[in-house]
Design a binder for this molecule. Sequence first.
Ligand code: UDP
Ligand code: MG
Length: 334
Amino acid sequence: MSNATEETPELSVIIPVFNEGDNLRALVARLIPALACVKSFEIIFVDDGSSDNTLDVARELNAADPRITALSFSRNFGKEIAIAAGVDAARGRGAVIMDADLQHPPEAIALFVEKWREGYQNIFGVRQSRDTDSPARKWLTRYFYRLFRTFGEIGLPEGAGDFRLLDRVALDALKTLREQARFSKGLYAWIGFRSVGVPFDVAERHAGESKFSYRKLTRFALDGLVSFTTVPLKIWTYIGMAVAAFALANALYYVLETLILGVSAPGFATLVVSITFFAGVQLISLGVLGEYIGRVFAEVKGRPLYLVQERIGRRIGAANLDAGPAAKAEKAKF
Ligand code: UDP
Ligand code: MG
């Protein structure tokens, strides 16, 4: 507590890392010059349970420059949770969140800071194209956003992602949201504050491959939809009413047919088809209920969002874990 300016850097840079050992040095080499636009900064790597040398590299970087700090999770908790841990640990008057693979150009931070000084509090990078994504991923992303725009309870700005600068007020707001199924893009939009988009070009990944498999992406998309809309839950009432109306009309038709034309034996195929079809409809609606109940279950267990195994650098995060009850539990553990 000797020097107030040293205690409170102007900007924190939060970087979730998962097996990015080959990227950290190149990232830091470009990031530090790019941070000349602020008076002081700290870099926080949140190691999301990497199994490569990521943590060793972080340790070396910290030894060379104490402004570079890191905390490591006890296992892989996912990028969204890693961002939450970074936000908990950040001490800056603002924080940039970015990927470790240099897809988010550090030079864009200067543009974010400019907007920050103009008084914006939630400054998000808007990617100009998705050319670096595979065609299938591009297509799926497009349909996800279309779906989200139609049914989601909040608007997601097109092309906005995790690369952004949040002012202290936005960071503190974000810290109060302790949900387990985290869809950060939705949370940033949900907190609001004075927001503005800054265009940037997404670069190719520096080294390694994307850490998001289609399975992880599907999970993520479901988290996003289920945390920000209850339409899938409610739609079954209407589908049920439509199906029941159809069944009634059908029954009426059969009664009339029997009255006019007499009893007919065939209809076996119709029966089998309709039974299996409606069994399918019922299972889908049960599945939708399951998606929500599963998330309710995860939330009521009230587990901490993450567990920290190691902190590298000045008691990183220790002073900043007093956001909510869950964060207090987290603090009590360490
Ligand atoms: N990441 C993470 N935990 C994970 C997966 C990814 O912390 O479980 C980090 C990763 O190290 C990178 C960022 O999240 O810094 C973005 O990941 P990636 O580049 O693989 O995603 P993409 O660019 O394909 O969306
Ligand atoms: Mg990437």
